[in-house]
Design a protein. Structure first.
Length: 316
């Protein structure tokens, strides 16, 4: 029998190392700004390690936050799909990150990887992994979307040919704004409640997703960060950031879990963009690049099947 309480230690160690790796890579990509951070010990051995970068030439804001949380009662956001765990104690380790770029031609990205144990006093505690990453462009480029999904597929292939299609579909379904009937972006990977077939298999998939985030995102940043733009593109970026805020505050399970678990509000809401705007009853001009985002990119697509001939490293 695996002692899952003991197994949280290597997951925590991996996530702390991943946080350091991602922060260093983002600092190199930005070239100027640096992450500030704190070490905030919690009760029962927990730890919050928020890392936030602001006002860089490439990244207007990036937050890469590690959290080790424990509590006497599972928050409602974690038991809505597992009502049998209501009232159970829990322990969770996670990294959640968000990047809000300055240039409107660089997409926003979000990623999260996490491990839960519920009912720690039991001889057989319930455990599961979750995570994924997704991409939210403001101006669409097919080669960026194809590269993103090729890298996502590469993260999944060691674990079965059917894993990428399932996790892509879950991502399309989850990152959707019901009140607008609109996807948040071009998707990626999303999984939750992963506890089969073995602990090692599930931990391996979570690690692979975490390790593929930088290869998926940084090549896109490099080829778009110097793209010329003006006030029109910037205003559209700020308008589209409003969709991100709407999703995070209304639907995102991680945000709700953090608030319900009495997490540090500054760390939880560090995922929000520093600037955003809402335009009343606005719609893009027909035939514009802004309209193309809606017609060609903000819909579920088989990016690998439809665009198989595109090189993931070619620039538009």
């Amino acid at each position: 029998m695996v002692n899952y309480k003991a197994e949280i230690a290597p997951v925590r160690e991996y996530l702390l190392e991943l946080q350091d790796t991602i922060c260093a890579a983002f600092e190199r990509a930005d070239g100027e700004a640096r992450f500030g951070g704190e070490e905030l010990p919690g009760e029962r051995g927990g730890l919050a390690r928020p890392r936030v970068l602001s006002d860089g030439p490439v990244f207007e804001r990036a937050a890469v936050n590690f959290s080790h949380t424990s509590g006497a009662r599972m928050p409602a956001a974690a038991t809505s799909r597992r009502p049998e765990l209501e009232g159970a104690s829990f322990e969770a380790v996670s990294i959640s990150l968000i990047v809000h770029p300055r240039n409107p031609y660089v997409p926003t990205t979000h990623a999260n990887v996490r491990f839960f144990i519920a009912g720690e006093a039991s001889a057989e505690p319930v455990w599961w992994f979750g995570g994924g990453f997704d991409l939210t462009p403001y101006y669409g480029f097919e080669d960026d979307a194809v590269h993103w999904h090729r890298t996502a597929r590469a993260a999944c292939l060691p674990f079965g040919d059917d894993v990428y299609p399932r996790l892509k579909t879950r991502c399309d379904e989850y990152f959707h704004l019901p009140h607008r009937d609109e996807p948040r972006g071009v998707g990626g990977l999303f999984f939750d409640d992963l506890d089969q077939p073995t602990f090692d298999h599930c931990f391996g998939l979570m690690r692979s997703v975490g390790d593929h985030l930088l290869p998926a995102y940084l090549p896109i940043v490099e080829r778009r960060k110097s793209h010329p733009y003006g006030d029109s593109e910037r205003n559209f970026q700020l308008y589209r950031r409003g969709r991100y805020v709407e999703f995070n505050l209304l639907y995102d399970r991680g945000t709700r879990f953090g608030l319900q678990a009495s997490g540090r509000v500054e760390s939880i809401l560090a995922s929000l963009p520093p600037l955003v705007r809402w335009n009343y009853d606005w719609s893009p001009e027909p035939g514009s690049p802004e309209e193309q985002l809606y017609t060609d990119f903000l819909r579920p697509r088989d990016w690998l099947g439809e665009s198989a001939e595109l090189s993931p490293d070619s620039a538009s």
